[in-house]
Design a protein around this ligand. Structure first.
Ligand code: FEO
Length: 392
């Protein structure tokens, strides 16, 4: 990331990981990502807020060099995950006088994850402040966005909230201050990272809203010189409401499940339900996660294979269960050759769902008239439930 001034004596000095395509060896990154790190120079002390992934530490080092930083007094660690903390040891090696400032829980996790000695830490509590001279940092403990130790750092004089993963987006761009098109990348990030913790998101959102914020500077992606659009989006995504949307996610071996999925899709559309339709063999998990945010209904389409659920559908069910979506209704459409197992496997996997199970439609081989009637019945059930919630 090019060195960039945000306010007087406040700079963005992080790194852009243009060609990273997978996070945690799990989450696709269609647009790459960035690890945003910030320098705040007070009249007496200098603080570095979060570091970067070790793979791109050289970019942080170059930016600090270009800025002529000779001394760092404090490394503020808002979050222990290594994409932000990984380069702390390298920064401490380059600036031996620096101390790591963080909360008690984060300190413990940093000591578990990195070779940082006890004497390097300064522990801060919620609302505590740290003076840099003419600039003041205030710490806001914001747990579970998205680890238990996460916190934000607020620069009082310049009204900047350094929020780490909170409000982040996986985006590599030359100008991360141009955030006009933030909505979809930020929603994907929320869906993948934050959505299981949306109650905590709501609590922390209300907490930081009490601060007078002019700039939100997350540790990934876009940096917002107007906090309202991203805060409004977080309010929407973390609310306990769903839309008149049904997602059909399916995998098909010999077309029977595909035929059922396509029939159900058209039946739902005829009844006025908005449909998301995904073939699991060509859909990335982030796309599914985004659709799960708003969909009132999830229909999984999967054949029985190897005496159980098709592995592609099992992976989707596992992901959906882990994301604890707001989904109100779920069902299954499934074809089988000689023995049906997908139904029991799927219901056993969706343990985090509080959704009502609508009677599945099972077909021995290709669907015939009776199965198409059942698919119409399922479409009626979905539409009626959506109407019952006032969505349709
Ligand atoms: Fe960007 Fe939770 O680390």
């Amino acid at each position: 990331m090019a060195l960039r001034k945000i306010k007087e004596k406040v700079y963005s000095v992080g790194a852009v990981h243009w060609d990273r395509r997978l996070f945690d060896e799990l989450i696709p990154l269609p647009d790459g990502t960035s690890y945003n790190s910030y320098i705040v120079q007070g009249s007496e002390k200098t603080a570095l807020i979060d570091t970067v992934d070790t793979a791109v530490f050289s970019q942080l080092a170059e930016n600090l060099g270009a800025l002529g930083i000779k001394k760092i007094d404090y490394v503020i660690s808002n979050h222990a995950e290594q994409d932000h903390s990984g380069s702390i040891p390298a920064v401490l090696a380059a600036f031996p006088g620096a101390k790591v400032v963080t909360n008690e829980k984060c300190k413990g996790m940093l000591k578990d994850l990195l070779p940082v000695p006890e004497e390097k830490f300064i522990v801060v509590r919620d609302t505590e402040t740290l003076s840099l001279g003419d600039k003041t940092l205030e710490f806001a403990i914001t747990p579970w966005v998205h680890w238990p130790e996460t916190m934000c750092t607020y620069l009082k004089e310049d009204k900047i909230l350094f929020s780490c993963d909170f409000f982040g987006s996986h985006m590599a761009a030359a100008d991360l201050f141009e955030w006009t098109h933030f909505y979809t990348p930020a929603k994907r990030y929320f869906a993948e990272i934050m959505s299981p913790f949306r109650n905590n998101v709501r609590t922390n959102l209300e907490k930081v809203k009490k601060l007078d914020i002019k700039v939100i500077a997350p540790a990934h992606g876009y940096i917002y010189d107007n906090p309202l659009p991203i805060m409004d989006a977080y309010s929407e995504w973390s609310a306990d409401t769903v839309k008149n949307e049904a997602m059909i996610v399916y995998v098909s071996m010999h077309d029977s499940t595909r035929i059922m999925a396509e029939y159900l899709r058209e039946a739902l559309i005829k009844r006025g339900v908005d449909v998301h339709f995904y073939n699991l063999t060509v859909t990335d998990p982030g796309t599914l996660a985004i659709a799960l945010i708003d969909s009132a209904t999830l229909i999984l389409g999967a054949p029985t294979v190897l005496a159980g659920l098709h592995p592609a559908a099992a992976a989707a069910a596992y992901l959906a269960n882990a994301l604890r979506p707001r989904t109100k209704f779920i069902s299954l459409i499934s074809s089988y050759g000689w023995g049906e197992k997908a139904g029991s496997v799927v219901t056993g996997m969706l343990t985090n769902f509080k959704a009502e199970l609508l009677t599945p439609v099972l077909s021995k081989g290709r669907p015939k008239e009776a199965e198409f009637e059942e698919l119409d019945r399922l479409a009626d059930d979905v539409a009626a439930r959506h109407k019952g919630l006032g969505l349709l």
